[in-house]
Ligand binder design. Structure first.
Ligand code: S3P
Length: 429
């Protein structure tokens, strides 16, 4: 994709596609809830199509209408062979859920990238619950032999919402309570949706400054869910809006769950002019119309390890932001980026360097990013590494650069944001 530089201010109201994490959970949880669920405005993208196909194969009855999906849940999911494509969320969440379906056998596999993503972190706690899961050296394909599960008391050492969700979904079918203690809280969409569908789940309060989540085995009841925009998709345009002088951008109906908006707080701390209106809630999820004005001189930022789960998917675009802020910005403790759709640590550093950025990976664990922002990028040709968020972050970098350039392998934006380039082009029309 050729990306020209944007040379004039923008002044637009846009919407971004629906939230990917919430859509996955709505599809999975509706499929095991008693009766009918209606999902309004689900995200249509490669990843969520894969989840829907998996749930259909497992036996859920699905009707697709124009802007909604109706799912008739079933009690027992059938043995099947599932293709999750590129979707880590589908792979992790389903591995957890399916491990409790006694007597059934499930094979889960996906594309080349999915076969490189760590599964041992999911297999280990599930095995403690009594699950029998065979992985290929800790990777997909995984074979899940459904077993009767026990509850677990688990300290989530890796701050991963996918891991937490896999354990919670397994806990639904266990014989007793499951407790998860989270040191650095990660996105809580699974907890909110399980509560909305009637599960016995609560925050057992704080425990030595850690979050404590308790789930009792529960049957779920179908319901209606209305999904709003994905904050992570909006984040790309927030950076554009913040950096283009005399610009104004409003994103209507954007996800505003505080476990997702860490990047919003970074923008505010940098000195960006932000605001929000129409704060509302659907099944416990917050949404708002969010606004940003461009042109303030921004200060560099320092992101600490405990903030990472709240902005994990925004790190590539935060690196872009840092390039355009004069001075040194630091992102600490972001080693989890190595295990995303690509090795995002390497991908973003390599590609932004090609555009003239001073960006380096530091630390004995190689998990700190230092960007010495110059206030500009030159432009040039870059590669997506087959990763949607890298492709979109680089496209924003080129839009803000002096000369613009080209993103190779840009089709992968369809993984989460199929009309990303139309939305980007629309800003200057
Ligand atoms: C997701 C959780 C995050 C995020 C991913 C989606 C989810 O991963 O990076 O894009 O839907 O649970 P981890 O929290 O597992 O690192």
């Amino acid at each position: 994709m050729i990306i020209p530089p944007i040379k004039r201010p923008i002044n637009k109201i846009i919407e971004v596609p629906s939230d990917k994490s919430i859509t996955h959970r709505a599809m999975i949880i509706s499929s095991i809830a008693e009766g009918k669920s209606t999902i309004f405005n689900p995200l249509e993208c490669y990843d969520t199509h894969n989840t829907l196909k998996c749930m259909e194969k497992l036996g859920a009855r699905i009707e697709k209408k124009e802007d909604k999906i109706i799912i008739h849940g079933i009690k027992k999911l059938n043995s099947s062979q599932l293709d999750v494509g590129n979707s880590g969320t589908t792979l992790r969440l389903l591995t957890g859920l399916l491990s409790g379906y006694e007597g059934e056998k499930f094979i889960l596999d996906g594309d080349e990238s999915i076969r490189k993503r760590p599964m041992q972190r999911v297999i280990e706690p599930l095995a403690c619950m009594g699950a029998k899961i065979a992985g290929n050296n800790g990777n997909a394909p995984v074979i899940v032999y459904g077993k009767k599960l026990k509850g677990i008391d688990y300290n989530l050492e890796i701050p991963s919402a996918q891991l937490k969700s896999a354990i919670l979904l397994a806990g639904l079918n266990a014989s007793e309570k499951t407790t998860i203690v989270e040191k650095n809280p990660s996105r809580n969409h699974t907890e909110l949706m399980l509560a909305a569908f009637g599960a016995g789940i609560k925050h057992g309060g704080h425990h030595n400054h850690h979050e404590n989540i308790e789930l009792v085995p529960s049957a779920l009841k179908g319901r209606k869910i209305k999904i709003g925009g994905d904050f992570s998709s909006g984040a790309f345009f927030l950076v554009l809006g913040a950096l283009l002088k005399n610009s104004y951008l409003k994103i209507e109906n954007a996800g505003f769950n505080p476990t997702r908006t860490g990047m919003w707080n970074v923008l505010r701390k940098c000195g960006a002019n932000t605001g929000f209106t129409k704060l509302r809630s659907d099944n416990g999820e917050a949404y708002a119309d969010i606004e940003i004005e461009g042109g303030n001189v921004l200060k560099p930022f320092y992101i600490k390890t405990e903030q990472i789960p709240l902005l994990i998917d925004e790190i590539p675009i935060l690196c872009v932001l840092a390039c355009f802020i004069e001075g040194e910005s630091i992102i600490e403790g972001c080693g989890e980026l190595k295990y995303k759709e690509s090795n995002r640590l390497i991908a973003i550093c390599e590609e932004l360097s090609k555009l003239g950025a001073d960006i380096e990976i530091l630390g004995s664990m190689r998990d700190i990013i230092r960007i010495r922002g110059k206030g500009f990028l030159k432009g040039g040709q870059v590669f997506s590494h087959g990763d949607h968020r890298i492709a979109m972050a680089l496209s924003i970098a080129l839009s803000l650069s002096q000369k613009g350039g080209e993103v190779l392998g840009s089709d992968c934006v369809g993984v989460s944001f199929p009309n990303f380039f139309e939305t980007l082009r629309g800003l200057t029309k």
